[in-house]
Design a protein. Structure first.
Length: 247
């Protein structure tokens, strides 16, 4: 057990955001995955983590909450529909949770570990390692985020506006190159993608800065093939089949 965690009596909770209005896979968060609801895998992992004191599921659905409670999650009030649609940012759900948590406990947790229900195959070793790494440099970072290295660089990416290709970045990070999309990729720093596995957020960043990740994000680099976040039915079937083969 991390010494800083023990000496400072850090309060760490897990939060699982599981709204009911999934379009790609109806009721995705409670769809059976390896025999139990998808979100139950994240609940069960949070419950066995020695650093996490309580596991909460933020949802707009009483059915979802009843399922969450049956797998050991703590009760919290339901999320309003206004912050539970396709375009609702995560920070709104976090603010709702913190407001309810303070009203109920008269204090805030120090850290929130976000366990997305769509990443059911995390290991307890990975979760413990992420928490221990973050706590070891608690005062130097606002949050931690798991990432994987990718071959593509954002300097060569575009969007389309009025049928015209427009680069997302017109200069590189050191302003060395105008039109970096026309330079060799070897000139640029390695690129990393958030894989949706684990986030750790310092509560004060949400309350004081109105940000979810803050400016100082600690990277936890995972293997490039460790992308298992479920969005589509093909993702679901591929992930479940792969995990069953590995059992």
């Amino acid at each position: 057990m991390n010494l800083y965690f023990q000496e400072n009596n850090l309060k760490i909770v897990a939060l699982i955001l599981a709204r009911s209005g999934s379009k790609g896979i109806p009721n995705k968060n409670i769809k059976l995955y390896k025999g139990i609801p998808l979100m139950a895998h994240s609940i069960k992992l949070g419950l066995i983590c020695p650093y996490i004191s309580d596991v909460y599921v933020s949802t707009d659905s009483k059915e979802y909450m009843d399922i969450a409670l049956s797998y050991g999650a703590n009760y919290m009030e339901l999320r309003d529909p206004e912050i539970s649609d396709d375009l609702s940012p995560d920070i709104d759900a976090f603010k709702h949770f913190l407001k309810w948590y303070f009203k109920t406990n008269n204090q805030y947790p120090d850290l929130i570990v976000q366990l997305r229900p769509t990443y059911p195959n995390r290991t307890i070793d990975l979760l413990n390692n992420c928490i221990e790494k973050y706590i070891s440099e608690y005062h130097n970072y606002d949050s931690l985020r798991t990432v994987v290295k990718i071959e593509k660089t954002p300097y060569k990416m575009y969007y389309i506006e009025n049928n015209i290709l427009k680069p997302y970045l017109k200069y590189d990070s050191q302003n060395r190159f105008k039109e970096p999309f026309n330079q060799a990729r070897q000139y640029f720093n390695d690129s990393y993608l958030h894989n949706g596995c684990i986030d750790i957020i310092k509560t004060s960043v949400i309350l004081e800065d109105d940000l979810l990740s803050g400016e100082r994000i600690m990277p936890y680099i995972m293997n490039s093939d460790e992308i298992d976040d479920i969005d589509t039915i093909n993702d679901f079937l591929k992930s479940e089949n792969k995990s069953l083969i590995n059992i």
